[in-house]
Ligand binder design. Structure first.
Ligand SMILES: Nc1ncnc2c1ncn2[C@@H]1O[C@H](COP(=O)(O)OP(=O)(O)OP(=O)(O)O)[C@@H](O)[C@H]1O
Length: 607
């Protein structure tokens, strides 16, 4: 994207965010640009009339009044400009963040979130303030203001000394080049420090988050992670220091050059005035013009440099917005039929990256409609991966997944996901109320307490939730319990749940979608006690009857009643059949099942 296109896009965004504020800021900019010039001319006229042959109050009153007015304007407009800029910044930031996070939400798969380059770009695009193209508008306004000042004073100075004008303007050329180089260095710094900052944030969050607090204390890891956090900071600081040193050298050189040129200009003007070629008013005009030109050019150059930097950052924002989707939506979408025959994996191959090994290597299987399917395999066999492909969080590298004969890639992703309920192995624990934690499974039910409670009952968590201080309204976090919560006399505000209780809540979330075509349960009972597990599987058996479901569990007793059990190994289906059929086969499933069963029998005998 060219700089011009990026500028246009940023300005358009700020315009969309608040057109009236944008207009107000442009007006303020023009007045702020004109006011110093008006003040300089008024001073010159006042002095010339005072030192002229016939000074009188009537003669000097108009320029003095104008001088006072411009001083007033300069004084008042500074805070006005500040207020409008801040308000405009806030509004533009809202629009920019909405666009950025809409773009992130449009990424339907998981691949981009495993791509460090994309994550770095996201961090730069989302770094505080930088996603606000308002900064770009602010820099443009600063440049505009400086150009008005420069234009006015150059014209004024040309009438007094074209040579001095040329010297002052030419002296700005190295400043422009140096500032541009500095801004490029700053933008590169932002990019180069982004991975270091992400790691630093990772370590600092480990040190401050409750999830990690237990292990960190028990294993005495605070110092270890603290050192790593500071090491990342030090590495980033080395880069920052390098850029600071180069900027320091550049800025000192520029300051000396500026002082030299303005000093020489003032000496010339003073000698010329003594010689009588310049009036006292002219002299003040030269003094004001040299100062204003130096500041104006310096300001414009600094604003251009900042603009350059902001545009580079904004390009990351635009890049995130234009990130290619990792899952292609079909050009001509097919309708997803109600599942009647089944879901077929046809020679499905999958790996997480081109340089990574195959996880699925020619999987052929069918999940018959209306049947409960159990998925079995050793750790890392690819069970969860298979489920992720079913939800189209990734597309198969080769082969196809067919839903009643329709390739999942030919269906809009959102439509497919509406038909699926799932509880994942790494389920989420939201710092929200119990009702919301369940209601998130189907946003249309987030306020429907009857449905939420029914889902809670189906998942066997209803009694637990009711026993909390505020029942389903209990906030399941202490992260956000504020003073009102603390003062609340009802106990149970902001409570912690146990691991198994959280897992049941995640299952309840999936239960809210029990009417969907396909239910996926990836290890839904791994954290449950024996009673709760028995209870959950009993309920699930009832709920799954006649429905299509896939259940993954290492507790093979839970799978006994499945209509079909499929064993994955080496990226392929190595056996499938009913529990009895697989036991008779004496394969991997039978081996795993007998090992688990013998464990329980030995314990029984030992008692
Ligand atoms: N996001 C990922 N990126 C790269 N490799 C991955 C990713 N997720 C899983 N894998 C790899 O894919 C393989 C299969 O993982 P998967 O989670 O599907 O196994 P699983 O059968 O569900 O195992 P478990 O029984 O331990 O849950 C593993 O070797 C794992 O390291």
């Amino acid at each position: 994207m060219s700089r011009f296109a990026a500028t246009r896009s940023a300005v358009f965004l700020t315009w969309q965010a608040a057109p009236h504020l944008a207009i107000g800021r442009v007006l303020v900019m023009v007045v702020q640009g004109v006011a110093p010039l008006a003040a300089a001319w008024c001073t010159k006229y006042t002095l010339d009339r005072l030192t002229g042959p016939d000074p009188s109050v009537g003669l000097i009153a108009p320029p003095v009044l104008l001088l006072a007015l411009s001083a007033l304007l300069v004084g008042v407009l500074a805070p006005v400009d500040n207020y409008l800029g801040n308000e405009h910044g806030r509004r533009a930031e809202l629009v920019a963040r909405r666009r950025l996070f809409d773009a992130v939400a449009r990424l339907q798969g998981l691949r981009r979130f495993e791509d460090p380059e994309f994550l770095n770009r996201l961090r730069v695009a989302d770094s505080p303030g930088s996603s606000a193209p308002c900064q770009i508008l602010s820099q443009l306004l600063s440049v505009g203001r400086a150009l008005v000042v420069i234009g006015g004073f150059v014209t004024s100075m040309l009438t007094l000394s074209p040579l001095l004008t040329a010297v002052v303007v030419l002296a700005a050329v190295p400043a422009v080049l140096a500032q541009l180089a500095m801004s490029r260095r700053r933008a590169a710094l932002l990019w180069n420090t982004s991975p270091l900052e992400r790691r630093e944030v990772f370590y600092s969050s480990l040190l401050t988050q409750i999830q990690a607090a237990k292990e960190i204390r028990l294993f005495g890891l605070a110092g270890f992670f603290g050192d790593r956090m500071l090491a990342e900071r030090r590495s980033a600081d080395v880069l920052r220091r390098g850029v600071d040193r180069r900027d320091f050298a550049t800025q000192t050189g520029l300051a000396l050059l500026t002082a030299l040129v303005s000093g020489a200009g003032l000496v010339w003007a003073a000698f010329t005035a003594v010689g009588g070629s310049l009036t006292a008013g002219d002299l003040t005009m030269v003094v004001a013009a040299v100062a204003a030109l130096q500041t104006g050019i310096g300001g414009a150059v600094a604003a251009v440099a900042e603009l350059n930097h902001d545009l580079l950052v904004f390009e990351h924002f635009r890049d995130v917005e234009r990130t290619e989707p990792d899952l292609l939506e079909p050009a001509v979408p097919s309708a997803l039929p109600v599942l009647r025959r089944g879901i077929e994996f046809r020679d499905v191959w999958f790996r997480y990256g081109e340089d990574l090994p195959w996880v699925l290597a020619g999987v052929d299987l069918t999940i018959p409609a209306g049947s409960a399917v159990g998925l079995v395999g050793h750790n890392g066999a690819g069970k969860s991966t298979l489920v992720k492909l079913l939800c189209r969080l990734y597309d198969p590298t080769r082969g196809a997944i067919l839903w009643d004969g329709v390739d999942l890639r030919d269906v809009p992703v959102a439509e497919l996901r509406l038909r699926i309920g799932a509880v994942f192995q790494d389920f989420m624990c939201y710092d929200l109320t119990a009702a919301e934690n369940i209601g998130l499974g189907d946003l249309s039910a987030i306020t429907d307490l009857d449905r939420i409670e029914a889902a809670g009952r189906n998942a066997g968590v209803d009694a637990t939730v009711r026993a909390l201080g505020k029942g389903y309204r209990t906030l399941l976090s202490r992260n956000f319990a504020d003073e009102a919560d603390e003062a609340d006399e009802t106990p149970g505000t902001g409570v912690f749940l146990s691991g198994g209780q959280w897992q049941k809540l995640a299952t309840a979330r999936a239960m809210l979608r029990e009417d969907r075509d396909l239910m996926i349960l990836d290890e839904p009972s791994s954290g449950l006690d024996a009673d709760a597990e028995h209870d959950l599987h009993h309920r699930l058996r009832g709920l799954r009857r006649g429905r299509t479901s896939v259940l993954i569990s290492h507790r093979l007793g839970a799978l006994r009643d499945a209509d079909l059990i499929i064993t994955l190994s080496g990226g392929r289906v190595i056996e499938q059949g009913s529990h009895q059929a697989l036991l008779a086969r004496s394969g991997v499933y039978a081996g795993l099942f007998r090992k688990q069963a013998s464990g329980y029998q030995l314990e029984e005998l030992a008692q």
